[in-house]
Design a protein around this ligand. Structure first.
Ligand code: FES
Length: 975
C-alpha cells in the first residue's frame, strides 16, 4: 500500500507525492517531477538531508558522514535512502523556488541602435555573461525597459554563437519601451533581460526548409539562416518575407548576404500595400510555389502576427498541403494597461497606445498589420501611420514589443508549477513570481489534464482482464490523457460514422455498456449524447499538433501529419531533445546529473532483455526521464511543447499490451546520462537519435501486435453476408470481438456503445474490408435503445440480428454490503439494457417477418459476491426463454450464451463501482474469481475468441433450429 509524503519547503510551499513502501522518497519525488536536493543518491553525502516531522519509516543504509546518530535521533533523514512505512511529512532544506526551473537573467549594454527604416530599428547589445547564455535559433528574450518594471519580448536575429545580440524592433507610437527609446536610450546604456524563451527554433533534420516571415518576424528567421550558414547546412531553404508597407521592409541586404554564403538559399519578398514599389504585391501565400513544398516533405517555419500565421495555415489546409512539420510563432493583441499610455499620445487617438507599444517581440508588430502578410490591420492603420510619420524625423525611436510576462501560460491555462530542478545557470537565474510557481497545469495544447486521481485499479470481473489497467495514466498524481484524438489512427472509411443518439447520460454517470463474465463492455466516459451525429476522426486530423499560448496571447506551436503518427511523434521529440541538448550539456550541476541518473535507472526494472516486464510502468518512468532535461532548461515553452506532443499518451495507448521492447532502450537512458556526465555532446546527440529510432521500432511493433491481437482467430467467410447485425457494448471485450468477427464474415455491423472508443473498432472493421456503423448511445435508457435501432435502420434499412452484450458487475461483496442504490445500478446495467434493446428492436423484426436476438448472459447467474448482477443475469435467461416462446411464430429466434471467466486485455474504460481497496474488499473480490475458476471443469478462463465463436454461431443461420436456449461457454460450468 502506497503512502503519501508531504514535502514541506522552507518557503512554506508543500508538495505531496505518493511513495511505495519499497521506494525511496527521493526516487518517488523525482518520478513525480519534484526534484529535491540530491547528489550521491546512496546515503554518502548528506545533500538530501531533511527533517521528518511525522510518520514512520525505514531509514535505509547510509554512512555516519551523511547522517550522524545525533541527527537521526533528532529526526533527520536521508530521502535517498529512506522508505516509508506510513504517511510522512518531511521538511526539505531548500525553498521550492530554488528547486524550480527559471530563466536566466542577464545584464547587457547597448552597443548599437540602428534605424533600418522609418518603422524599424535594430538593437544590438552585449552581455559579459555571454558564455552563460545558450539559445536556439528562433528563441526570444524578455527585455526589461530601463527605468521601469516593464518587460518586452524580442527574438534574437543573430546566431547562437555570435557575441553580439541583435533584435529587430518595430516602431510604434506610445508605450514604455518606445518612451525609453524615444527619450532616453543611447549606446552604452545598461539593461537586463531574461531568457531564452520559446520553443520556436530550427529543428535538426535534413528536410528542406520553407521560411515565412511577416514584418519583424524576420528576426528569428534571420537567426535561423545565420545558424544554417554557421553550421554549413546543405538543406534546401526558401524564404518568403512579407511586409505591410515599403517602410516596413528591412534587412534585404542582410538576406542577400546570407544567400551569397548559403548557395541553396532562395528568397523573395512581398508587400501588401497597393502603393508599393516592391516587385511583388500581395501576401506571402502568393509566393508559395509547389517547388517550395517538396510534396509535403518540408519543414515550414512561420513567424508573424496571428492573421498572417492563420492565413498561411488556412492556405495549406485549403490546398491540402500537409508539410511534415509546421512550426509557428504568433502573438495575439494583449491589453495594454492605461498606465502604458504616454501623456504625449495622440490627442485624437487613444488607440495609438493600444496599438503601439507593448505588443510583441520586435520581430512583429502586435497590431497585426505589420506582419508582412498584408492582411487587414487590427488597429486603425492611419493612426499608426501618422504616429510613425510624426516620429520619422526624430532621432528617437519607438518600438513595438511583446506584452509583459514570461509566457507562463499554455492555451490560456496556467502552466504546471514546473519541477523542482535547479535551473541551468542558476547562478544567473532570477526568481520566478511565487504565484506562477504555485500554479498547476491544467491543459496542454488545449487538452485538459485533470487533477490527480487516486490511480485506483479497475474492477475486475471473472470474465475480464487479469492485468490491472490504467496504471500508467497518472503523472505526478495527475491523470494525463493522450495528446488528443488526433493521435488515433486514421482509418475512417466511408462506412464509418458515429451517431450520438440518446439523451444525457444516466445520473449515475457510470458506464452503460458492459457484459457478463468478460470485459465485454465499455463506455465510461459519459458521452454527451445530445450531439446528433459526429463523424469519425476526420482525415484532416493532424498528429502531434501542439501549441502553447502565453498569458499575453503569444502562441507557439507545431504540427505534424497524422500519418505514421508513431514515427511523427518520436521524430518531433527527437528534434526538441536535440535542441535541449544544446541548451543543457556541460551546464548541469552534479545534483542535476544525479537526478538525471536516478530517472534513467528508474526505467531499468521494467524491461528484461527485449521484454517489457511492465509496459505501463516503463511508460511512466520513461516519461519522467525525458521530461527532466526539458525542465532543466528553465523554459516552460520547451517543456510544454514536448508534453503537448503527447508522447506519453501515445505510449500509454500503444504499449498497453506490448511485450517486445528494443533491448537497448533502457541502456540508452543510462548512456545518455553518462554522455551528459562526460559533457560529450556528440555522443549525447547520437544516442538521442538512436534512442528515437529504437522508440519508433518498439511502438511500431506494439501497434502491429495490437492490431494482430484484435483480429478474430476464427472466421467463417461469408456467413453473415447480407445480414445487418447490431452489437451493443462493442467498444471492447466480448462485444468488440464478436463485432469484429461478424464484420469479417460479411455482416453489416452496427456497433453501439456509450464510449467513443467504439468508433475506432468500427474504423478497424471498415479498414479490414467490412461495413460498420458506430452509434453512441446510453443503453440504460429506452430512448438510448430506440436511438440505436433508428440509426441502424437509417443506415442499413433493417436489423437481422441483435446481440445484447451490455452488462457487467460493478461491485463484488456479500449481498448485505450492497446499498439500495448499488443494487439498482447493477440491475440498470445488466438487466434493463437488454430489456430496453429487445423492446426497441422487436417491432421491426416482427414487421420484417423474422430476426435473431442473442443475449449475453453469464454463469454468474449462480455465483457469489455479486448477487444483484446474478439476479440480472438470471433475468436475462428468463427473457431469452420467454421471448423465444412469445415470438417464435413471428420467425424470431431468441438465444443466449452464458460466458464464464474470460481473459481480455486491460479495460480501456473502467466499469464503474468501487475498486476493492481494503484487504477485506480485496478478499471478497478474490473469492468471486476463485469461485468462478473452481466452478469451471477446465479450471481456466476462456478467451474472447471462444466467446465470440458461440455468439456468432447462435447469431447465424447455422443455428436456425436453436431458440429459447442459453448456452454456457464456461469450461463446463453450467451456471
Ligand atoms: S546522502 Fe542522499 S543524496 Fe547523498
Amino acid at each position: 500500500m502506497s503512502h503519501q509524503v508531504a514535502l514541506s519547503f522552507e518557503d512554506g510551499v508543500t508538495r505531496f507525492i505518493t511513495c511505495e513502501p519499497d521506494q525511496t522518497v527521493a526516487d518517488a519525488s523525482y518520478r513525480q517531477r519534484i526534484n529535491i536536493p540530491l547528489d550521491c543518491r546512496d546515503g554518502a553525502c548528506g545533500t538530501c538531508k531533511a527533517l521528518c516531522e511525522s510518520g514512520d519509516f525505514d531509514g535505509g543504509t547510509y554512512i555516519d558522514d551523511a547522517l550522524t546518530d545525533d541527527e537521526a535521533a533528532r529526526g533527520y533523514v536521508l530521502p535517498c535512502s529512506m522508505t516509508p512505512r506510513s504517511d510522512l511529512v518531511l521538511r526539505i532544506a531548500t525553498t521550492s523556488e530554488v528547486a524550480k526551473t527559471q530563466a536566466g537573467t542577464f545584464e547587457a549594454t547597448i552597443t548599437g541602435l540602428d534605424r533600418l527604416s522609418p518603422t524599424t530599428v535594430a538593437l544590438t547589445i552585449e552581455t559579459p555573461q555571454r558564455d552563460d547564455l545558450a539559445f536556439l535559433p528562433g528563441q526570444y528574450v524578455n527585455i526589461t525597459v530601463p527605468g521601469t518594471d516593464e518587460t518586452r519580448s524580442y527574438s534574437f536575429s543573430n546566431g547562437p554563437d555570435e557575441k553580439s545580440l541583435t533584435f529587430l524592433m518595430k516602431l510604434a507610437p506610445g508605450g514604455v519601451m518606445s518612451d525609453y527609446l524615444t527619450g532616453r536610450a543611447g549606446v552604452g546604456d545598461q539593461l537586463t533581460f531574461t531568457g531564452p524563451h520559446g520553443s520556436f527554433f530550427l529543428r535538426e533534420t535534413d528536410r528542406p526548409v520553407l521560411l515565412l516571415a511577416g514584418g519583424t518576424g524576420l528576426a528569428p528567421i534571420l537567426s535561423i539562416l545565420r545558424t544554417m550558414v554557421a553550421t554549413g547546412s546543405r538543406r534546401p531553404v526558401h524564404l518568403i518575407y512579407g511586409a505591410s508597407t515599403d517602410d516596413d521592409v528591412v534587412e534585404l541586404g542582410t538576406i542577400a548576404e546570407l544567400a551569397a554564403r548559403l548557395p541553396q538559399l532562395t528568397w523573395d519578398y512581398v508587400v501588401s500595400d497597393p502603393a508599393t514599389a516592391a516587385p511583388n504585391k500581395g501576401y506571402v501565400m502568393s509566393l508559395i510555389g509547389d517547388e517550395h513544398l517538396y510534396d509535403g516533405d518540408v519543414a515550414v517555419y512561420l513567424c508573424g502576427p496571428p492573421p498572417m500565421v492563420e492565413a498561411v495555415r488556412g492556405h495549406f489546409t485549403e490546398r491540402g498541403i500537409e508539410p511534415t512539420g509546421v512550426y509557428y510563432e504568433k502573438f495575439a493583441v494583449a491589453a495594454v494597461p492605461d498606465t502604458a499610455v504616454p501623456d504625449t499620445a495622440d490627442t485624437d487617438g487613444a488607440d495609438t497606445d493600444t496599438t503601439g507599444d507593448d505588443g510583441m517581440a520586435g520581430r512583429v508588430g502586435r497590431d497585426g498589420r505589420v506582419g508582412g502578410d498584408g492582411r487587414e490591420p487590427t488597429e486603425p492603420e492611419a493612426t499608426m501611420d501618422s504616429a510613425v510619420l510624426a516620429l520619422e524625423p526624430e532621432p528617437l525611436l519607438e518600438v513595438a514589443a511583446l506584452g509583459a510576462g514570461e509566457g507562463r501560460r499554455i492555451a490560456g491555462q496556467d502552466t504546471f508549477p514546473g519541477t523542482t530542478a535547479e535551473p541551468v545557470g542558476a547562478h544567473v537565474a532570477a526568481a520566478r513570481p511565487a504565484a506562477a510557481e504555485a500554479d498547476t497545469m491544467r491543459a496542454i495544447a488545449r487538452q485538459p489534464i485533470w487533477p490527480g486521481g487516486e490511480g485506483r485499479p479497475l474492477d475486475r470481473d471473472p470474465g475480464e482482464e487479469l492485468l490491472p489497467a490504467g496504471a500508467a495514466r497518472a503523472v505526478a498524481g495527475q491523470e494525463m490523457h493522450a495528446a488528443d484524438e488526433a493521435m488515433r489512427p486514421l482509418s475512417a472509411g466511408p462506412e464509418t460514422t458515429t451517431t450520438a443518439t440518446t439523451g444525457p447520460p444516466a445520473a449515475t454517470s457510470r458506464p452503460v455498456a458492459d457484459a457478463p463474465e468478460a470485459s465485454n463492455a465499455s463506455a465510461t466516459t459519459p458521452t454527451p449524447a445530445t450531439t446528433p451525429a459526429t463523424a469519425t476522426t476526420p482525415a484532416t486530423t493532424r498528429a502531434g499538433a501542439a501549441a502553447s499560448e502565453t498569458a499575453d496571447g503569444y502562441e507557439i506551436g507545431e504540427e505534424h501529419p497524422s500519418v505514421h503518427e508513431s514515427d511523427a511523434v518520436f521524430d518531433a521529440r527527437q528534434a526538441l531533445e536535440l535542441g535541449v541538448v544544446e541548451l543543457t550539456i556541460g551546464r548541469l550541476t552534479s545534483q542535476q546529473l544525479s537526478g538525471f541518473r536516478l530517472l534513467a535507472e528508474a526505467t531499468v526494472p521494467y524491461v528484461d532483455g527485449d521484454r517489457f516486464v511492465d509496459a505501463a510502468a516503463y511508460t511512466e518512468t520513461n516519461a519522467a526521464f525525458h521530461d527532466y532535461l526539458f525542465t532543466l532548461t528553465g523554459n516552460d515553452h520547451l517543456l510544454q511543447a514536448y508534453r503537448a506532443l503527447g508522447v506519453k499518451g501515445h505510449m500509454d495507448e500503444v504499449l498497453r499490451d506490448a511485450t517486445w521492447c528494443d533491448p537497448r532502450c533502457t541502456q540508452d537512458h543510462l548512456d545518455i546520462v553518462a554522455a551528459f556526465e562526460a559533457g560529450d555532446r556528440q555522443t549525447a546527440r547520437a544516442l538521442i537519435a538512436e534512442h528515437g529510432a529504437r522508440s519508433k521500432a518498439t511502438t511500431r511493433r506494439a501497434m502491429k501486435d495490437a492490431e494482430r491481437a484484435t483480429r478474430p482467430a476464427f472466421v467463417s467467410p461469408g456467413r453473415f453476408d447480407g445480414k445487418v447485425v447490431v452489437v451493443t457494448g462493442s467498444a471492447q471485450g466480448i462485444g468488440e470481438r464478436a463485432a469484429r468477427r461478424i464484420g469479417a464474415e460479411g455482416g453489416q455491423v452496427v456497433l453501439a456503445d456509450r464510449s467513443d472508443l467504439v468508433t475506432g473498432v468500427a474504423d478497424d472493421v471498415v479498414a479490414a474490408g467490412g461495413r460498420a456503423h458506430a452509434v453512441l448511445a446510453d443503453l440504460e435508457t429506452f430512448e438510448g435503445a430506440q436511438s440505436v435501432v433508428a440509426a441502424a435502420l437509417e443506415r442499413f434499412g433493417r436489423i437481422d440480428v441483435l446481440i445484447n452484450n451490455v452488462g457487467g458487475a460493478m461491485w463484488f461483496k456479500p449481498y448485505t454490503e450492497f446499498t439500495a442504490e448499488q443494487i439498482q445500478a447493477e440491475i440498470n446495467r445488466s438487466l434493463m439494457t437488454t430489456l430496453w434493446s429487445c423492446r426497441a428492436v422487436l417491432p421491426d423484426m416482427v414487421r420484417q417477418g423474422g430476426g435473431t436476438v442473442v443475449n449475453v448472459s453469464s454463469v454468474a447467474r449462480r455465483g457469489i459476491h455479486r448477487i444483484p448482477y446474478s439476479a440480472a443475469k438470471g433475468g436475462i435467461n428468463a427473457i431469452t426463454e420467454s421471448l423465444a416462446l412469445e415470438y417464435a411464430d413471428a420467425g424470431i429466434r431468441v438465444v443466449a450464451t452464458a460466458p464464464g471467466g474470460t481473459e481480455a486485455p486491460p479495460r480501456r474504460i473502467p466499469r464503474g463501482g468501487d475498486t476493492p481497496a481494503t484487504e477485506q474488499e480485496q478478499a471478497w473480490f478474490q473469492a468471486h474469481i476463485d469461485q468462478t475458476v473452481d466452478s469451471s471443469l477446465l479450471k481456466r478462463y476462456g478467451t474472447l475468441d471462444e466467446q465470440a465463436a458461440v455468439i456468432a454461431f447462435l447469431a447465424s443461420d447455422e443455428a436456425a433450429y436453436v431458440t429459447g436456449t442459453v448456452v454456457p461457454v464456461a469450461g463446463g460450468d453450467q451456471g
